[in-house]
Design a protein around this ligand. Structure first.
Ligand SMILES: *[C@@H]1O[C@H](CO)[C@@H](O)[C@H](O)[C@H]1NC(C)=O
Ligand SMILES: *[C@@H]1O[C@H](CO)[C@@H](O)[C@H](O)[C@H]1NC(C)=O
Ligand SMILES: *[C@@H]1O[C@H](CO)[C@@H](O)[C@H](O)[C@H]1NC(C)=O
Ligand SMILES: *[C@@H]1O[C@H](CO)[C@@H](O)[C@H](O)[C@H]1NC(C)=O
Ligand SMILES: *[C@@H]1O[C@H](CO)[C@@H](O)[C@H](O)[C@H]1NC(C)=O
Length: 179
């Protein structure tokens, strides 16, 4: 009997906790524009296709004649401070790249650029944008971020620095506003 009472009491406590947690919550405050910063980042993306350690691999392809339209790549590219292979690694770019376009092949990128050193270690920016890869200079959109880059919004200016069948090196010049 005593056990039942204890159990009932325990269940009631649990239930009341659930009730409190499931309460609808809403609070609006003025947007603190003074907390917003602008950050410029400059680095090089290094991509390797094929070989022993590829950083971009084809994961799906449409069964059509107008390829490369409908080709999807998984990417885990390396970010370095310079275009040379031996320069310091500062992060990685993980996500998907989709080939689209009719007569001109172009790409759409869905990629998270994460930093592994310096004051942005552990933080990342999200890039989602069309990426007209056949143009040497192009602009892509920064749509969000994590960590130090919370609420990020901005753009990146891209320049193809080097390109052959197995190696792609792209100059990234990013401007983001964030908290
Ligand atoms: C690819 O498409 C062709 C023509 O429509 C078809 O004959 C073939 O079976 C398809 N292959 C696969 C793997 O679906
Ligand atoms: C592709 O090129 C052909 C021939 O030049 C043209 O007729 C067609 O409209 C083009 N398609 C697109 C999507 O630009
Ligand atoms: C970056 O952060 C990770 C995880 O907190 C830590 O293990 C690592 O030592 C840091 N690297 C640098 C270079 O600060
Ligand atoms: C592409 O360039 C890289 C770096 O210079 C070189 O190691 C690689 O062999 C080249 N690949 C081809 C297919 O020429
Ligand atoms: C990067 O972009 C900013 C803003 O568009 C520009 O002022 C700066 O000169 C660019 N830097 C490089 C190295 O391209």
């Amino acid at each position: 009997m005593k056990g039942t009472l204890v159990l009932t009491w325990f269940l009631m406590v649990c239930l009341s906790k659930v009730t409190v947690q499931s309460q609808y919550y809403s609070q609006s405050l003025p947007y603190d524009t003074k907390a917003v910063k602008v950050t410029h980042l400059h680095f090089f993306l290094h991509e390797t296709l094929g070989g022993k350690n590829p950083t971009a691999v084809e994961v799906a392809q449409a069964n059509i004649s107008s390829l490369p339209f409908g080709t999807l790549y998984a990417i885990d590219d390396i970010l370095k401070i310079g275009p040379e292979d031996k320069t310091e690694v500062i992060g990685n770019a993980q996500g998907l790249a989709l080939m689209v376009g009719g007569n001109t092949t172009t790409g759409v990128m869905y990629v998270d650029f994460g930093f592994t050193t310096g004051k942005f270690n552990g933080s990342s920016i999200s890039l989602f944008s069309r990426n007209p890869i056949t143009e040497t200079e192009r602009e892509v959109a920064v749509v969000g971020g994590r960590g130090k880059f919370r609420m990020a919004k901005g753009f990146a200016l891209l320049k193809t620095y080097f390109l052959n069948a197995t190696t792609v090196i792209v100059d990234f010049n990013v401007t983001v506003i964030h908290y």
